[in-house]
Design a protein around this ligand. Structure first.
Ligand SMILES: Nc1ncnc2c1ncn2[C@@H]1O[C@H](COP(=O)(O)OP(=O)(O)OP(=O)(O)O)[C@@H](O)[C@H]1O
Ligand SMILES: [Mg+2]
Length: 197
């Protein structure tokens, strides 16, 4: 399965999602992470300590992909329409991370409109960095997505500081000594379950 993670807006947790999804898919069958962002965020994250899976850039991807059951591709924010066409056509599932705020939601609609125009229908929105109760931001955005008839993951990724620590330490969230490490990992585990279903 080829899964691409993309969004128009930056900072939606694309890299965090690509890294953790690869780690979880890799527990089932060999998974490869392709760092398609020229900023090389996933590559630097991996370089700090080393993930238990392989990370390559998009130029190496062609050579390595055939040895893996799953390929996850992290991409840069603001793809051009042309990039987007290639991205959407080149994968089985396009994951579109979205943080629950008004500006991100506006940008998401531009993105889904562009996808619809391209006839790309294999995408699913993933709500990320969702603040805890009493905030209703997550629920409100999910209602908006539901009303708009857009496809989204049933699980949302909650906001935990441990995600930032993991990136800083160069490890996966489950390997950080933090009260919320297991909860944070469990959120992405549920997403991997939905992807494989
Ligand atoms: N669930 C979460 N809770 C708290 N912080 C998070 C969560 N997910 C990601 N972050 C943090 O939010 C920031 C943006 O995440 P990330 O780098 O994954 O986004 P991105 O979409 O790849 O950004 P860019 O567009 O710059 O590539 C990072 O500091 C990351 O550690
Ligand atoms: Mg990124």
């Amino acid at each position: 399965m080829i899964v691409t993670v993309a969004s128009f807006k930056g900072g939606q947790a694309k890299t965090t999602t690509a890294v953790h999804l690869t780690a979880l898919l890799n527990q089932h069958s060999p998974a490869l992470l392709v760092d398609g962002d020229p900023n090389r965020s996933a590559t630097s994250w991996n370089r700090r300590r080393g993930f238990p899976f392989k990370v390559v850039d998009e130029k190496q991807a062609v050579r390595f992909a055939k040895d893996f059951e799953h390929v996850v591709i992290d991409t840069q924010a603001r793809p051009t329409e042309e990039d987007l066409k290639a991205l959407a056509e080149g994968c089985d599932l396009l994951i579109v991370p979205l943080t629950p705020d008004a500006l991100s939601l506006d940008t998401l609609f531009l993105f889904t409109d562009a996808l619809t125009k391209l006839g790309a229908d294999r995408f699913k929105i993933l709500l990320t960095i969702v603040p805890p109760k009493p905030s209703r931001d997550g629920d409100e955005v999910l209602n908006t997505l539901r009303e708009a008839g857009l496809p989204f993951f049933q699980t949302v990724i909650r906001r935990y500081k441990v995600f930032q620590k993991a990136a800083l330490d160069g490890v996966l969230v489950k390997d950080v000594a933090d009260l919320h490490a297991a909860d944070a990992w469990a959120d992405y585990k549920a997403i991997a379950g939905e992807v494989l279903r």
